[in-house]
Design a protein around this ligand. Structure first.
Ligand SMILES: Nc1nc2c(ncn2[C@@H]2O[C@H](COP(=O)(O)OP(=O)(O)OP(=O)(O)O)[C@@H](O)[C@H]2O)c(=O)[nH]1
Ligand SMILES: [Mg+2]
Length: 466
């Protein structure tokens, strides 16, 4: 399980700025797709060895009426879901009553608390933190979220008690077909996740988990099909309403994210009757951000007229253009229609996500892409993209070497991804590009390489030509 860290504080102390910094490490290699919301409350992050989840919250001020009450509510919920809280204060403003109110919330609801005085760039740390000892939350750490000062040190401290889950990482990288394939089933409440899971495992009973305090935990459902072992990770966490025979679902984004983390492939379930909601988009964005192979399922396809169906398809195209890489399957979990198509699609997505890509072929495709459509000029100089090799699997990472690579525009990045996707049949998996500029140290003397660089270049070129 990933450690969950909540950021809390009064308005304007820099929570969202810190959130962006803490989640950017992974974002940086995820293309900025239109339609994908950047304004997220939950995110995956990794600055040091331990990956984590972060929750951004709205600011809590003083009174607790109306909107303020909502903020307090949201903050308390985040604290309950989190393993640790970072309480942020403003190192330039000094201590306020609202800070005391926030500290109080943290003391009451957080499992562990870290106090940081933000906006401390250019300030003496002792001055930035001085007044905040009074909050009784321990030694404040002076940071600058905007500039990144001491953010890494902060996270090292916050995450020190959490182990690197080497097992999980190794398992995700596991190539062995003997192991089970882990599939997370995610989606908003009531889209039909549990019905689908029951269909998939072929048992005519509702999978019911009724353990108090497990909102954050997903449940694993092992099963076998065609001699292949699977593990479904159920995020529905159904519990029964005490008297009525109706199941209600505890929805928790954190639980969905933990499941996405553990899984190799994600089945994202949408309700065709409801269309695509904001929550769907943000959940799908997080699947992308984490780089998981994906199958998108429109459920409740039964009882829909042809024109309803067309409408749903159009809406999916319009709202989720960034998901054009994923297979889309329309099913009725209730009747079982097309449910049999799901596991094969999952297998295809997983195979694409873990495919080995040869340097020769990647470089050849890069050259073809550049010839067909050269990258733009930047201040009179053309961006050069020289060769490509694979930098990772699940999701595939393609590392491209050249110069001025930090100037490659977003649209060009997407063009390259689409080229690689087509050439290597990478359907069902996000594809990441990482750029490396190898020319920097000798700016202006472009043709002069040191002997060491020369040897390296020759070595690489040889490999590319092979
Ligand atoms: N000087 C300085 N400004 C910062 C720093 N971090 C954030 N800011 C600025 O502080 C303002 C508020 O930042 P946000 O990150 O939106 O603050 P927030 O806590 O998320 O605010 P709410 O969500 O409204 O409660 C913005 O103008 C930021 O640019 C920092 O480290 N130094
Ligand atoms: Mg904010």
């Amino acid at each position: 399980m990933l450690p969950v860290i909540a950021l809390i504080g009064r308005p304007n102390v820099g929570k969202s700025t810190l959130f962006n910094r803490l989640t950017r490490s992974r974002d940086a290699i995820v293309a900025d797709y239109p339609g994908l919301t950047r304004d997220r409350q939950y995110g995956f992050g990794k600055l040091g060895p331990v990956p984590y989840l972060v929750i951004d919250t709205g600011g809590v001020a003083g009174g607790e009426i109306g909107i303020e009450e909502l903020m307090v509510d949201q903050t308390v919920r985040a604290l309950e879901e989190a393993d640790a809280a970072i309480v942020m204060v403003d190192g330039r403003d000094g201590l306020t009553a609202a800070d005391e109110h926030v500290a109080e919330l943290a003391r009451k609801n957080a499992k562990k608390v870290w106090l940081v005085a933000n906006k401390a760039e250019g300030l003496d740390a002792a001055i930035a933190t001085g007044e905040f000892h009074a909050l009784g939350l321990g030694e404040p750490l002076a940071i600058s979220a905007a500039h990144g000062d001491r953010v890494k040190a902060l996270m090292d401290a916050v995450l020190a008690d959490f182990d690197i889950d080497e097992d999980a990482d190794a398992a995700v990288e596991e190539e062995d077909d003997e192991r089970e394939l882990r599939i997370a089933v995610v989606g908003r409440p009531n889209v039909g996740k549990s019905t689908l899971i029951n269909r998939l495992i072929g048992e005519d009973r509702l999978v019911v988990y009724d353990q108090p305090g497990t909102t954050r935990d997903s449940v694993s459902v092992p099963f076998e099909r065609n001699d292949r072992k699977y593990e479904l990770i159920d995020t529905a966490g159904i519990r029964r309403k005490s008297k009525v025979h109706e199941a209600i679902e505890k929805f928790s984004i954190v639980k969905a994210l933990q499941a996405i983390e553990r899984a190799q492939v994600v089945i994202s379930v949408l309700d065709a009757h409801e269309g695509v909601t904001e929550q769907d988009v943000s959940l799908l964005g997080l699947v992308m951000e984490r780089g998981r192979a994906l199958v998108v399922v429109s459920n409740k396809w039964d009882g829909m007229t042809a024109s309803d169906r067309k409408h749903v398809r159009d809406e999916l195209d319009r709202r989720l253009p960034f998901l054009d890489f994923a297979e889309r399957i329309s099913i009725s979990a209730l009747h079982g229609t097309a449910v049999g198509d799901l596991l094969p699609a999952v297998e295809r997505a997983y195979r694409a996500a873990t495919r080995d890509l040869s340097t020769t072929e990647l470089t050849r495709e890069l050259e073809a892409a550049v010839t067909a459509h050269p990258p733009p000029l930047v201040r009179g100089r053309r961006i050069r993209l020289r060769y490509a090799h694979q930098g990772g699997r699940n999701p595939p990472v393609i590392v491209i070497h050249g110069n001025q690579t930090d100037k490659v525009p977003e649209a060009y990045r997407r063009y390259l991804i689409n080229r690689f996707r087509k050439a290597f049949k990478l359907k069902g998996t996000p594809v990441r590009l990482a750029f490396k500029t190898s020319e920097n140290p000798f700016k202006g003397k472009r043709n002069k390489l040191t002997p060491r660089q020369e040897r390296k270049r020759n070595r690489l070129m040889k490999r590319v030509k092979k």
